[in-house]
Design a protein around this ligand. Structure first.
Ligand SMILES: Cc1cc2nc3c(=O)[nH]c(=O)nc-3n(C[C@H](O)[C@H](O)[C@H](O)COP(=O)(O)OP(=O)(O)OC[C@H]3O[C@@H](n4cnc5c(N)ncnc54)[C@H](O)[C@@H]3O)c2cc1C
Length: 245
């Protein structure tokens, strides 16, 4: 089979870990590769559990849902989600007038003012007393200060960038349900041992009950334990794919 320019021979992928990373990865891989006959399996251990905290995203999460074709009306009500204009940093600096700032998610209209902001930042670093407080230059700070949504009611030609706030546990279970409905296989097991080929590549995973899980590709989403990448492959990289010979 040809996928882009890469010839794909092997078609099974195991994702180790069912936290945010695991279920996001499972959804994306199923979306991209399910149609090519790949089997995507996610293994997680309830005994180990997930971090399961955090409540906010940057605008990148919009791309994630857009790729999967999941509309805001589908996921937001189920995850108690709302829109997020940016991030407030209190106690940011000891400079008078700069003790806090609102980190914006810049939008197209900010192009009118962002240039002035950057010039003033540069001048200020050279000792000139000009205004370089980001809150003066980016729309997001004004929206937030006035409790306004980045999404206007009705039609607007201006698109404003935004992220989300949500209940991360609800989002996790939404992503899990969605992935399973799309065809991802969900396995509950605690992986205790990782068998490697002579080359060092991962051959299969073994659970504490003696079950063996083989695949052509393994993705490590096991969180801080980093069962595959750090414990097994001694890698310092955060994410990577490994493929046995
Ligand atoms: C206080 C706090 C606030 C945060 N706020 C935010 C925020 O606002 N926004 C944000 O984006 N992020 C935030 N984060 C970070 C976010 O919570 C984590 O990055 C994220 O939850 C990590 O998810 P994960 O899937 O990588 O790992 P985990 O949630 O740890 O999941 C690991 C998975 O691997 C499985 N696993 C591990 N070892 C094995 C094994 N041997 N066998 C089988 N399964 C195994 C576990 O069962 C689990 O399913 C915050 C973190 C903290 C601590």
């Amino acid at each position: 089979m040809q996928l882009g320019k890469c010839k794909i021979v092997n078609k099974s992928i195991i994702i180790l870990g069912g936290g945010t990373a695991g279920w996001m990865c499972a959804n994306l891989l199923q979306h991209a590769l399910g149609k090519f006959g790949f089997n995507i399996t996610l293994i997680e251990s309830p005994e180990i559990g997930i971090i399961g905290v955090g409540e906010g995203s940057t605008p990148h999460l919009r791309n994630f849902f857009s790729i999967l074709g999941i509309s805001e009306s589908q996921w937001m009500p189920k995850c108690n989600a709302t829109y997020k204009n940016g991030i407030s940093f209190d106690g940011w600096s000891q400079q008078q007038g700069y003790d806090n700032y609102f980190h914006p998610f810049p939008s197209l209209p900010d192009r009118q003012t962002a240039g002035g902001f950057l010039i003033n930042c540069h001048l200020r670093r050279q000792g000139h007393q000009v205004d370089s407080h980001p809150n003066q230059y980016f729309l997001a700070a004004h929206l937030s200060k006035n409790n306004l949504s980045p999404k206007p009611k009705g039609h607007s030609p201006i698109r404003i960038n935004y992220g989300y706030h949500f209940d991360s546990a609800l989002l996790g279970s939404f992503l899990k349900d969605f992935a399973i409905k799309q065809g991802v296989t969900h396995v509950t097991a605690k992986i205790e041992h990782v068998e490697q080929h002579l080359s060092g590549d991962i051959a299969h995973l073994m659970s504490d009950q003696g079950e063996t899980f083989s695949a052509n590709w393994f993705v490590d989403c096991s969180g801080f334990t980093s069962k595959l990448l750090q414990q097994t492959l001694k890698s310092l990289q955060v994410t990577c794919l490994t493929m046995p010979q």
